[in-house]
Unconditional design. Structure first.
Length: 64
């Protein structure tokens, strides 16, 4: 996993879009595309704690 030094990011020129449906989870491959549209599919994915923690850090320490 690549670590990005957020100290060098100029917030006035950059935007960070993070998994807008709030899953922040490891994608589990499916055999049929329709599976992705089943109710609860993304809700039931296991969150990637390191990503959740990184987003919390960005929110807490890098105001816009």
């Amino acid at each position: 996993m690549e670590v990005i030094n957020v100290e060098r990011i100029d917030a006035s020129k950059n935007r960070l879009f993070v998994d807008m449906d709030s899953t922040l989870a490891k994608f589990t491959p499916v055999e049929q595309l329709e599976t992705l549209y089943e109710e609860g599919y993304f809700y039931n994915q296991k969150p990637l704690i390191s990503v959740v923690d990184a987003i919390k850090d960005i929110i807490s320490n890098h105001e816009s």
